[in-house]
Write a protein that binds this ligand. Structure first.
Ligand SMILES: Nc1ncnc2c1ncn2[C@@H]1O[C@H](COP(=O)(O)OP(=O)(O)OP(=O)(O)O)[C@@H](O)[C@H]1O
Ligand SMILES: [Mg+2]
Length: 380
């Protein structure tokens, strides 16, 4: 008997799971401009799904269509099995936290949070209780009587979050929720957001243009460009298995080498790059024709830099000159020039240098090497 697979943390892998949000060939045109271009998307209950992409790529527009503030020009959106076509925002099981928090400046924290409940004609004691609960959750109880201008950026952000959460939506749409926070607060807020999501089991769709944030927060990420999805996957899939140069460059850094497939075996591929001259041996087969033009993407942390050559053959190795070093404490970045190409390498500083001198210095000749499994071959 085969053991049942547990899909709890990755419902998108479960062939029997029904997506909670289903976006089917949705486009949005503004006049003759296409803001969202025929996208398909399935998001499952309890996911923290991120839409990631540069400014103007259509993230907010897609979110506004999920919320019901904008109608799709073509296609359908289903939430919890119901077609949302023509359903107004307040009748959808979703709530949206806007890019600018849009708090009412003349109202206290408490009244800002209670606003939506009052509009639903809830009883006063009911409202008071819900507001109290949610303020506690986001740790704002002490500030309940303050007005927005008396709060820090992080506190304002938590008011906006409380206001979106208090109505207990099944889906929370967050547009750049942490955009106004500085780096340290942001990191703290990211973990708070993940905790909240864990506690409440709400499905989150988060828009961001901060790649680190998306990597930290998400169950899955959709990379968007020009109104289209370039790739959808877990943070690991997107980082380690990018399907295009655009995605490889968008998430993290990648050294990109143009080359041709000169050998294509069942269990390996060899790519020859001319600039710099190098042979990439890749330890798995690919369904790409011999002779095809490809790009090899190699992440900076996958490259080892040494003074002595450690390579046993001529594959997966390069010789170069140190052109720059950035010492960042925990790790260092090296820029190594091989031929006319600058290659970026990041390397952890595991041991303390004995005499305080760096182990590798500027203008030194160095050897670069990487494993056969480290290169990603891309055709677009
Ligand atoms: N009401 C509108 N009328 C015309 N064009 C619009 C309208 N709303 C958005 N757009 C255009 O659609 C494109 C996508 O806008 P959108 O707000 O979705 O981008 P975004 O990905 O959220 O960007 P950002 O990261 O800057 O917030 C932009 O080029 C924008 O100018
Ligand atoms: Mg936006």
């Amino acid at each position: 008997m085969s053991e049942a697979i547990n899909y709890q943390d990755r419902p998108w892998m479960d062939p029997d799971a029904e997506p909670f949000i289903k976006v089917q060939s949705v486009s949005k045109f503004f006049g003759d401009f296409t803001a969202v271009d025929s996208v398909d998307l399935e998001i499952y209950k309890g996911e923290l799904f991120s839409l990631l992409g540069g400014s103007g790529c259509g993230k907010t527009t897609l979110l506004r269509m999920l919320a019901g503030f904008e109608n799709p020009s073509t296609g359908n959106i289903f939430i919890d099995g119901v077609n949302m076509n023509g359903v107004p925002p307040y009748e959808r099981p979703v709530n949206m936290m806007f890019q600018s928090y849009a708090l009412f400046p003349h109202m206290t924290v408490e009244s800002n949070v209670a606003y939506g409940l009052k509009r639903d004609n809830l009883g006063a004691s009911d409202i008071a209780q819900k507001v109290e609960e949610v303020l506690e959750m986001v740790e704002l109880t002490r500030f309940r009587k303050r007005k927005p201008h008396q709060l820090s950026g992080g506190q304002k952000q938590r008011v906006a979050l409380a206001r979106a959460l208090v109505k207990q939506p099944k889906v929370l749409l967050l547009d750049e929720p942490l955009g106004a926070l500085d780096k340290r607060l942001r990191e703290q807020a990211q973990f708070e957001l993940m905790n909240l999501q864990d506690q409440l089991g709400v499905t989150f769709v988060v828009v961001t243009h901060d790649q680190e944030e998306a990597m930290t927060l998400s169950t899955r990420i959709a990379i968007m460009d020009n109104g289209r999805f370039m790739q959808i996957g877990t943070p690991t899939e997107i980082y380690e298995f990018p399907e295009s140069r655009l995605v490889a460059n968008f998430i993290g850094n990648a050294n990109m080498f143009e080359g041709r497939i000169i050998e294509n075996g069942p269990d390996h591929v060899i790519v020859q790059s001319k600039q710099p001259e190098c042979l990439f041996y890749i330890d798995h087969g690919l369904s790409i024709q011999e002779g095809s033009k490809v790009w090899v993407a190699l992440r900076p942390e996958k490259i080892t830099v040494t003074k002595e050559s450690t390579a046993s053959g001529s594959n997966n190795t390069l010789k170069g000159m140190v052109h720059g070093i950035g010492y960042l404490g925990g790790h260092s970045t090296y820029r190594v020039k091989a031929g006319d190409t600058l290659i970026e390498i990041t390397s952890p500083n595991q041991s303390r240098p004995k005499d305080g001198n760096p182990p590798i210095d500027w203008d030194e000749e160095v050897h670069l090497s990487w494993e056969a499994s480290s290169s990603v071959v891309l055709t677009r």
